[in-house]
Ligand binder design. Structure first.
Ligand code: MLT
Length: 265
């Protein structure tokens, strides 16, 4: 685990394993530790890099808003620092929004894309208003209120009811996020551009993963991406909610390694 200062921002990241590089970008308002199970599996044959995005984990920000493009720029600077040119780039939810921004900025660096529980569309007016309410709540009442509001959305009902360890782990990740960091990311997500026009131009092989019970970015969004992205494969993980990599790590990892093996062999 390391922290590096690049362009005035301290970026926390974990790097493990050797081989071709795989970069994994976490969701909101979590941190790089959400990739624990993927790290173990992938690092057997790959160099796995997991940064904390601006405002999360050890990557803090002082600005009121952290855009998807700034987060993508941080990832590119980290790769330059590590002397890595091309990557398999995976992102879940917020991480997927950042992966789209990264692809638009640096398409030649992306060998393959993994878009998990995410969507290309910008926020609706209603979603923007909700983000503003959450921003105020985070800053005035603290991050615990965000955890209470988000847990039932992030996890499938069965996970929430029966998987105490996962609920505790996700709650701890959320409450470890600084209110200012969450507020900055909420502002950035509300302001993010619609990436729908990019889909048909994505030339890299793409794996799309979604939990069958994802209510934040539902399977319909994943199906739309699959229809529009030319060289894409869709994997629906039964019983998982929005955090499919945490709720169903075995199935998620199988989809990920099968996909990577198709173009690495
Ligand atoms: C996430 O999991 O990153 C967020 O739920 C995404 C969002 O709020 O749009």
């Amino acid at each position: 685990m390391s922290v590096v200062r690049l362009s005035g921002i301290e970026i926390g990241y974990t790097e493990v394993g050797q081989g071709s590089a795989v970069v994994l970008l976490h969701g909101f308002p979590l941190n790089r530790s959400m990739w624990r199970d993927q790290m173990q599996e992938l690092s057997v044959a790959h160099r796995v890099i997991m940064p904390d995005l601006r405002g999360h984990g050890e990557t803090v920000v002082s600005s009121a808003q952290a855009t998807m493009e700034e987060m993508a720029g941080d990832v590119a600077r980290l790769l330059d620092h590590l002397k890595i040119e091309q990557i398999v780039l995976g992102g879940l939810s917020l991480g997927g929004y950042v992966a789209f921004a990264f692809y638009r900025l640096f398409p030649n660096r992306v060998r393959a894309l993994v878009l998990a529980d995410t969507r290309p569309q910008a926020d609706s007016e209603e979603a923007r208003r909700n983000r503003e309410v959450m921003r105020e709540r985070a800053l005035q009442q603290g991050i615990d209120t965000i955890a209470d509001a988000m847990l039932p959305k992030l996890l499938a009902p069965a996970t929430l009811a029966k998987d105490f360890e996962t609920v505790t782990r996700v709650r701890e990740m959320i409450v470890g996020t600084k209110p200012e960091g969450a507020a900055a990311a909420l502002g950035g997500m509300a302001a993010r551009r619609d990436q729908s026009d990019l889909l048909s131009e994505i030339a890299s092989p793409t794996l799309i993963i979604v939990g069958s019970e994802d209510s934040v970015t539902p399977p319909g969004d994943a199906e739309l991406m699959h229809r529009k992205i030319p060289n894409s494969h869709l994997e629906i993980i039964e019983g998982a909610g929005h955090l499919s990599n945490i709720e169903r790590p075995v199935e998620f990892n199988r989809a990920l390694t099968d996909f990577i093996n198709t173009f690495e062999l």
